[in-house]
Design a binder for this molecule. Structure first.
Ligand code: BJW
Length: 233
Protein backbone atom coordinates (compact mmCIF):
# COMPACT_ATOMS: atom_id res chain seq x y z
CA UNK A 1 0.00 0.00 0.00
CA UNK A 2 1.59 3.28 -1.05
CA UNK A 3 1.21 6.75 0.51
CA UNK A 4 0.66 5.39 4.02
CA UNK A 5 2.78 7.33 6.50
CA UNK A 6 0.58 7.27 9.58
CA UNK A 7 -1.44 4.36 10.92
CA UNK A 8 -3.79 4.10 13.90
CA UNK A 9 -4.75 0.57 14.95
CA UNK A 10 -7.57 -0.21 17.38
CA UNK A 11 -7.76 -3.70 18.84
CA UNK A 12 -10.49 -5.39 20.86
CA UNK A 13 -11.18 -8.66 22.59
CA UNK A 14 -11.27 -10.60 19.29
CA UNK A 15 -7.51 -10.26 18.84
CA UNK A 16 -6.94 -12.17 22.07
CA UNK A 17 -9.68 -14.79 21.48
CA UNK A 18 -7.33 -17.27 19.80
CA UNK A 19 -5.01 -16.98 22.81
CA UNK A 20 -7.87 -18.34 24.92
CA UNK A 21 -9.24 -15.14 26.49
CA UNK A 22 -13.04 -14.83 26.51
CA UNK A 23 -14.53 -11.98 24.50
CA UNK A 24 -17.41 -9.99 26.00
CA UNK A 25 -20.34 -10.27 23.62
CA UNK A 26 -19.85 -13.63 21.88
CA UNK A 27 -22.06 -16.58 22.81
CA UNK A 28 -20.69 -17.82 26.14
CA UNK A 29 -18.64 -14.59 26.48
CA UNK A 30 -18.05 -12.62 29.69
CA UNK A 31 -21.36 -10.71 29.51
CA UNK A 32 -23.30 -13.98 29.38
CA UNK A 33 -21.47 -15.15 32.49
CA UNK A 34 -21.83 -11.89 34.47
CA UNK A 35 -24.17 -8.88 34.51
CA UNK A 36 -22.28 -5.94 33.08
CA UNK A 37 -23.95 -3.58 35.61
CA UNK A 38 -22.55 -5.71 38.45
CA UNK A 39 -18.92 -6.04 37.37
CA UNK A 40 -18.13 -3.19 34.96
CA UNK A 41 -19.65 -0.04 36.45
CA UNK A 42 -18.56 2.19 39.38
CA UNK A 43 -22.05 1.62 40.87
CA UNK A 44 -21.55 -2.17 40.77
CA UNK A 45 -18.20 -1.75 42.52
CA UNK A 46 -19.73 0.48 45.21
CA UNK A 47 -22.52 -2.10 45.79
CA UNK A 48 -20.34 -5.20 45.97
CA UNK A 49 -16.59 -4.56 45.78
CA UNK A 50 -15.72 -8.16 46.64
CA UNK A 51 -17.66 -9.49 43.65
CA UNK A 52 -15.89 -7.07 41.30
CA UNK A 53 -12.42 -7.62 42.78
CA UNK A 54 -12.98 -11.38 42.52
CA UNK A 55 -14.07 -11.08 38.87
CA UNK A 56 -10.85 -9.25 37.99
CA UNK A 57 -8.70 -11.57 40.15
CA UNK A 58 -9.93 -14.54 38.13
CA UNK A 59 -9.21 -12.79 34.84
CA UNK A 60 -5.74 -11.68 36.02
CA UNK A 61 -4.97 -15.26 37.04
CA UNK A 62 -6.22 -16.60 33.67
CA UNK A 63 -3.97 -14.12 31.86
CA UNK A 64 -0.88 -15.76 33.33
CA UNK A 65 -1.82 -19.01 31.57
CA UNK A 66 -2.18 -17.73 28.01
CA UNK A 67 0.25 -16.64 25.32
CA UNK A 68 0.19 -14.03 22.55
CA UNK A 69 -0.94 -15.34 19.16
CA UNK A 70 0.25 -14.62 15.58
CA UNK A 71 -1.94 -11.49 15.41
CA UNK A 72 -0.20 -9.87 18.41
CA UNK A 73 3.19 -10.86 17.01
CA UNK A 74 2.38 -9.46 13.56
CA UNK A 75 1.55 -6.06 15.08
CA UNK A 76 4.87 -6.13 16.95
CA UNK A 77 6.60 -6.82 13.64
CA UNK A 78 4.74 -3.86 12.13
CA UNK A 79 5.94 -1.59 14.98
CA UNK A 80 9.52 -2.73 14.37
CA UNK A 81 9.52 -2.48 10.56
CA UNK A 82 7.06 0.26 9.55
CA UNK A 83 8.98 3.42 8.71
CA UNK A 84 6.09 5.81 9.42
CA UNK A 85 4.15 6.67 12.58
CA UNK A 86 2.12 3.95 14.25
CA UNK A 87 -0.26 4.27 17.17
CA UNK A 88 -1.54 1.00 18.62
CA UNK A 89 -4.61 1.58 20.78
CA UNK A 90 -6.14 -1.37 22.56
CA UNK A 91 -9.41 -1.67 24.44
CA UNK A 92 -8.02 -4.83 25.99
CA UNK A 93 -6.85 -4.95 29.58
CA UNK A 94 -4.59 -7.95 28.91
CA UNK A 95 -0.85 -7.60 28.26
CA UNK A 96 -0.65 -9.83 25.19
CA UNK A 97 0.43 -7.01 22.85
CA UNK A 98 3.40 -6.29 25.12
CA UNK A 99 4.24 -9.97 25.51
CA UNK A 100 3.92 -10.35 21.74
CA UNK A 101 6.68 -7.74 21.33
CA UNK A 102 4.88 -4.38 20.99
CA UNK A 103 6.57 -1.76 23.12
CA UNK A 104 4.24 1.21 22.62
CA UNK A 105 0.66 0.27 23.45
CA UNK A 106 -2.04 2.69 24.56
CA UNK A 107 -4.51 0.87 26.85
CA UNK A 108 -7.59 3.09 26.59
CA UNK A 109 -9.63 0.85 28.96
CA UNK A 110 -6.78 0.33 31.42
CA UNK A 111 -4.81 -2.74 32.39
CA UNK A 112 -5.45 -5.84 34.49
CA UNK A 113 -1.92 -5.66 35.83
CA UNK A 114 -2.28 -2.19 37.25
CA UNK A 115 -3.98 -1.08 40.47
CA UNK A 116 -5.55 2.31 41.14
CA UNK A 117 -5.75 3.55 44.71
CA UNK A 118 -9.01 5.30 45.57
CA UNK A 119 -7.34 6.96 48.58
CA UNK A 120 -4.23 8.52 47.00
CA UNK A 121 -5.12 8.25 43.28
CA UNK A 122 -1.77 6.60 42.49
CA UNK A 123 -1.30 3.71 40.07
CA UNK A 124 0.91 0.72 40.90
CA UNK A 125 2.02 -2.27 38.85
CA UNK A 126 -0.05 -5.15 40.21
CA UNK A 127 0.12 -8.89 39.59
CA UNK A 128 -1.56 -10.32 42.70
CA UNK A 129 -5.15 -10.86 43.87
CA UNK A 130 -7.06 -7.85 45.23
CA UNK A 131 -10.14 -9.45 46.79
CA UNK A 132 -8.53 -9.52 50.25
CA UNK A 133 -8.12 -5.70 50.15
CA UNK A 134 -4.32 -5.45 50.24
CA UNK A 135 -2.71 -2.10 51.12
CA UNK A 136 -1.78 0.40 48.43
CA UNK A 137 2.02 0.21 47.88
CA UNK A 138 2.16 4.03 47.99
CA UNK A 139 -0.12 5.14 50.88
CA UNK A 140 -0.86 1.80 52.61
CA UNK A 141 -4.63 2.38 52.50
CA UNK A 142 -6.62 -0.81 51.67
CA UNK A 143 -8.37 1.09 48.86
CA UNK A 144 -7.20 -0.53 45.63
CA UNK A 145 -9.39 -1.15 42.60
CA UNK A 146 -8.47 -2.58 39.21
CA UNK A 147 -7.07 0.18 36.99
CA UNK A 148 -9.67 -0.42 34.27
CA UNK A 149 -12.29 1.83 32.69
CA UNK A 150 -15.88 0.93 33.50
CA UNK A 151 -19.08 2.16 31.84
CA UNK A 152 -19.66 5.81 32.66
CA UNK A 153 -15.95 6.48 33.20
CA UNK A 154 -13.65 8.38 30.85
CA UNK A 155 -11.33 6.16 28.78
CA UNK A 156 -7.64 7.01 29.01
CA UNK A 157 -5.65 9.33 26.73
CA UNK A 158 -8.57 10.35 24.55
CA UNK A 159 -6.92 13.60 23.46
CA UNK A 160 -3.88 11.77 22.16
CA UNK A 161 -6.08 9.26 20.31
CA UNK A 162 -8.28 11.90 18.64
CA UNK A 163 -5.20 13.89 17.61
CA UNK A 164 -3.78 10.79 15.91
CA UNK A 165 -7.13 9.91 14.30
CA UNK A 166 -7.46 13.33 12.67
CA UNK A 167 -4.00 13.01 11.08
CA UNK A 168 -3.94 9.35 10.10
CA UNK A 169 -3.78 7.90 6.58
CA UNK A 170 -5.04 4.49 7.64
CA UNK A 171 -7.25 3.35 10.50
CA UNK A 172 -7.45 -0.39 11.18
CA UNK A 173 -9.91 -1.94 13.61
CA UNK A 174 -9.17 -5.49 14.71
CA UNK A 175 -11.43 -7.87 16.67
CA UNK A 176 -13.92 -5.44 18.16
CA UNK A 177 -17.71 -5.51 17.99
CA UNK A 178 -18.07 -1.73 17.62
CA UNK A 179 -20.64 -1.79 20.43
CA UNK A 180 -18.84 0.44 22.94
CA UNK A 181 -18.20 4.17 22.61
CA UNK A 182 -16.07 6.20 22.21
CA UNK A 183 -13.94 3.48 20.51
CA UNK A 184 -16.83 2.55 18.19
CA UNK A 185 -16.77 6.11 16.80
CA UNK A 186 -13.07 6.16 15.89
CA UNK A 187 -13.76 4.87 12.39
CA UNK A 188 -15.97 7.87 11.62
CA UNK A 189 -13.39 10.32 13.03
CA UNK A 190 -10.69 8.80 10.83
CA UNK A 191 -12.95 8.72 7.77
CA UNK A 192 -13.91 12.37 8.21
CA UNK A 193 -10.18 13.15 8.25
CA UNK A 194 -9.82 11.35 4.88
CA UNK A 195 -8.24 8.11 6.07
CA UNK A 196 -8.67 4.69 4.48
CA UNK A 197 -10.49 2.56 7.08
CA UNK A 198 -10.09 -1.21 7.31
CA UNK A 199 -11.91 -3.68 9.53
CA UNK A 200 -10.34 -7.07 10.33
CA UNK A 201 -12.90 -9.08 12.29
CA UNK A 202 -14.29 -12.58 12.54
CA UNK A 203 -17.63 -11.32 11.23
CA UNK A 204 -19.10 -7.95 10.23
CA UNK A 205 -19.15 -5.76 13.37
CA UNK A 206 -22.00 -3.43 14.34
CA UNK A 207 -20.20 -0.59 12.57
CA UNK A 208 -18.96 -2.58 9.59
CA UNK A 209 -20.74 -0.30 7.11
CA UNK A 210 -18.62 2.67 8.27
CA UNK A 211 -15.41 1.07 6.95
CA UNK A 212 -14.12 1.55 3.42
CA UNK A 213 -12.84 -2.04 3.46
CA UNK A 214 -13.71 -5.10 5.59
CA UNK A 215 -12.03 -8.49 5.75
CA UNK A 216 -13.61 -11.27 7.77
CA UNK A 217 -11.91 -14.23 9.42
CA UNK A 218 -9.79 -15.05 12.48
CA UNK A 219 -7.33 -12.34 13.53
CA UNK A 220 -4.56 -14.96 13.80
CA UNK A 221 -4.70 -15.33 10.03
CA UNK A 222 -5.97 -11.92 8.82
CA UNK A 223 -3.54 -9.73 10.77
CA UNK A 224 -0.28 -11.46 9.69
CA UNK A 225 -1.57 -11.47 6.07
CA UNK A 226 -2.35 -7.74 6.22
CA UNK A 227 1.01 -6.88 7.84
CA UNK A 228 2.87 -8.91 5.18
CA UNK A 229 0.94 -7.05 2.50
CA UNK A 230 1.65 -3.63 4.05
CA UNK A 231 5.36 -4.29 4.59
CA UNK A 232 5.67 -5.84 1.15
CA UNK A 233 6.10 -9.55 1.99
C1 BJW B 1 -12.75 -12.10 16.50
C2 BJW B 1 -12.26 -13.33 16.88
C3 BJW B 1 -11.12 -13.74 16.24
C4 BJW B 1 -13.98 -13.02 18.05
N1 BJW B 1 -10.57 -12.97 15.31
N2 BJW B 1 -12.19 -11.35 15.58
C5 BJW B 1 -25.64 5.40 24.21
C6 BJW B 1 -25.06 5.69 22.97
C7 BJW B 1 -23.67 5.85 22.84
C8 BJW B 1 -22.85 5.73 23.94
C9 BJW B 1 -23.42 5.44 25.15
C10 BJW B 1 -24.79 5.26 25.29
N3 BJW B 1 -25.05 4.98 26.59
C11 BJW B 1 -23.88 4.93 27.26
C12 BJW B 1 -22.88 5.21 26.41
C13 BJW B 1 -21.42 5.26 26.70
C14 BJW B 1 -20.86 3.89 27.00
C15 BJW B 1 -21.22 2.93 25.87
O1 BJW B 1 -20.58 2.86 24.85
N4 BJW B 1 -22.25 2.13 26.06
C16 BJW B 1 -22.68 1.22 24.98
C17 BJW B 1 -22.99 -0.14 25.59
C18 BJW B 1 -23.82 1.84 24.24
N5 BJW B 1 -19.40 4.06 27.06
C19 BJW B 1 -18.80 4.45 28.17
O2 BJW B 1 -19.39 4.59 29.23
C20 BJW B 1 -17.32 4.75 28.05
N6 BJW B 1 -17.04 6.03 28.58
C21 BJW B 1 -17.54 7.16 28.01
O3 BJW B 1 -18.26 7.12 27.03
O4 BJW B 1 -17.12 8.31 28.61
C22 BJW B 1 -17.60 9.56 28.06
C23 BJW B 1 -16.85 10.01 26.84
C24 BJW B 1 -17.49 10.67 25.82
C25 BJW B 1 -16.79 11.11 24.70
C26 BJW B 1 -15.44 10.87 24.59
C27 BJW B 1 -14.81 10.22 25.61
C28 BJW B 1 -15.52 9.78 26.72
C29 BJW B 1 -16.51 3.72 28.83
C30 BJW B 1 -16.57 2.38 28.22
C31 BJW B 1 -15.81 1.39 29.09
C32 BJW B 1 -15.89 -0.03 28.55
N7 BJW B 1 -15.33 -0.92 29.51
C33 BJW B 1 -15.20 -2.33 29.18
C34 BJW B 1 -14.64 -3.06 30.42
C35 BJW B 1 -13.15 -2.75 30.58
C36 BJW B 1 -12.53 -3.54 31.68
C37 BJW B 1 -12.64 -5.04 31.44
O5 BJW B 1 -12.03 -5.58 30.51
O6 BJW B 1 -13.37 -5.67 32.22
O7 BJW B 1 -14.32 -2.49 28.06
S1 BJW B 1 -16.73 -3.07 28.61
C38 BJW B 1 -15.97 -4.11 27.42
O8 BJW B 1 -16.37 -3.71 26.08
C39 BJW B 1 -14.46 -3.81 27.51
C40 BJW B 1 -14.06 -3.83 26.06
O9 BJW B 1 -12.84 -3.14 25.90
C41 BJW B 1 -15.24 -3.18 25.38
C42 BJW B 1 -15.34 -3.48 23.91
O10 BJW B 1 -15.52 -4.84 23.68
P1 BJW B 1 -14.81 -5.53 22.43
O11 BJW B 1 -13.35 -5.52 22.60
O12 BJW B 1 -15.35 -4.94 21.19
O13 BJW B 1 -15.29 -7.06 22.62
P2 BJW B 1 -16.62 -7.76 22.08
O14 BJW B 1 -16.76 -9.04 22.81
O15 BJW B 1 -17.77 -6.85 22.11
O16 BJW B 1 -16.32 -8.04 20.55
C43 BJW B 1 -15.32 -8.94 20.12
C44 BJW B 1 -15.31 -8.96 18.59
O17 BJW B 1 -14.25 -9.81 18.19
C45 BJW B 1 -16.61 -9.51 17.97
O18 BJW B 1 -17.00 -8.68 16.89
C46 BJW B 1 -16.19 -10.88 17.44
O19 BJW B 1 -16.84 -11.25 16.24
C47 BJW B 1 -14.72 -10.68 17.18
N8 BJW B 1 -13.93 -11.88 17.28
N9 BJW B 1 -13.12 -13.86 17.86
C48 BJW B 1 -11.16 -11.78 15.01
N10 BJW B 1 -10.58 -14.96 16.50
Amino acid sequence: MTGINRIVILTGAGISAESGIDTFRSAGGLWEQHRVEDVATPEGFARDPDLVLGFYDIRREALAKVEPNPAHRALARLEAEFAGELLLVTQNVDDLHERGGSSRVLHMHGELKSALCLACDMRSAWDAPMAHHPPCPVCRSPSLRPDVVWFGEMPYQMERIYTALTATDLFVSIGTSGAVYPAAGFVQEARMAGAHTLELNLEPSEGSHFFTESRHGPAGRLVPEWVDELLGG
